[in-house]
Design a binder for this molecule. Structure first.
Ligand SMILES: C[S@@+](CC[C@H](N)C(=O)[O-])C[C@H]1O[C@@H](n2cnc3c(N)ncnc32)[C@H](O)[C@@H]1O
Length: 297
């Protein structure tokens, strides 16, 4: 039976979900406050209007899915530095209404770091759809060799900048701008094997040569390729997914298919942000993860 879980990330100092309600959320990223749409916040906000009005910027959605623009209310810098434990990174408002960091993923960064440190051997990690590199940097900080793959030149440049802000320039990280599926299939042909896999496949995406990524169409093929690049005694696999009409159970069973021969532990569930105002949890993504539990302390 799947063991479904809600994971939260309680160790942030530079991020906070302050309040939510009326289909909005009020969040603090570093020194700034933002109001963004949150369709799941169907309840009443707790804080007075004056708190909501103190935001530096609000994201105003347009009619198309995920379209819209930022409305700046108070003066603020275009980009600013944030930190999570020993990681340092750049945050900025983006057209996609995000900031270059998904704070709920800190639960995974800590878990990946623990897995790598407890293995006490050199671990090769493949991070697919790696975005601004925070999972790669958490794994590198824990001592692993990383191959980071993303289709976007801009995202990889941002990730490399985060590497130097985090003072991890001396860590072995290969930065690769490629289509995730093509790259993994090529690694399988070369018998280039990995002990850890991190995947954050979007619903839709494009490779650098216009390769189309569609979650439901290509994810099974990607998982097959991932199976072929697993080392004989792999350490961990973590899959996260946003905005797909799928339950964590879908990820659980896909991951079960490729890990059943290894034994170990498998769990799935949701990543959630916890409000300061009332402790209500907002689910932001689904995940599934597998690990070799012979190293668990
Ligand atoms: C959901 S974001 C990843 C979020 C990130 N892992 C995090 O935790 O902050 C999706 C990333 O996938 C990349 N992407 C989209 N299509 C791709 C493809 N076909 N191959 C490789 N990367 C792709 C995008 O450039 C983007 O950086």
């Amino acid at each position: 039976m799947p063991n479904l879980k809600i994971l939260t990330s309680p160790d942030w100092e530079d991020y906070e979900l302050l309040d939510s309600g009326d289909h909005l959320k009020l969040e603090k990223y570093g020194p700034y406050l933002f109001v963004r749409p949150e369709p799941q916040a169907v309840w009443q906000p707790t804080f007075e209007d004056i708190h909501w009005q103190s935001a530096h910027a609000r994201f105003q959605p347009s009619r198309e899915e995920s379209g819209g623009s930022w409305k700046y209310i108070k003066p603020m810098n275009k980009s600013w530095e944030m930190r999570y434990k020993s990681l340092r990174f750049l945050a900025q408002t983006t057209a996609g209404r995000h900031f270059g960091v998904f704070p709920e993923q800190a639960a995974h960064w800590d878990w990946i770091s623990e897995r790598i440190k407890s293995a006490k051997r050199t671990i090769r990690v493949l991070n697919l759809f790696g975005y601004t590199g925070l999972a790669s940097l958490a794994a590198a900080e824990a001592g692993a060799n990383i191959t980071h793959v993303d289709a976007s030149k801009k995202a990889v440049a941002w990730a490399r900048h985060n590497q130097s802000l985090s003072k991890l320039e001396d860590r072995p990280i290969r930065w690769i701008i490629e289509d995730a599926l093509k790259f993994t299939q090529r690694e399988a042909r070369r018998q280039s094997l990995y002990d850890g896999l991190i995947l954050d496949p979007p619903k839709f995406g494009r490779g650098p040569k216009g390769e189309v990524w569609e979650f439901f169409k290509f994810f099974p093929q990607l998982m097959q390729a991932c199976h072929q690049v697993l080392a004989p005694n792999p350490l961990f696999i973590v899959i996260t997914s946003y905005a797909v009409r799928a339950s964590a159970l879908t990820l659980y069973y896909l991951l079960h298919d490729i890990t059943k021969s290894f034994g170990g532990n498998l769990e799935a569930g949701e990543l959630a942000l916890v409000e300061r105002s009332q402790g209500r949890q907002i689910s932001t993504a689904i995940f599934a993860r597998w690990w070799d539990n012979s190293y668990t302390s």
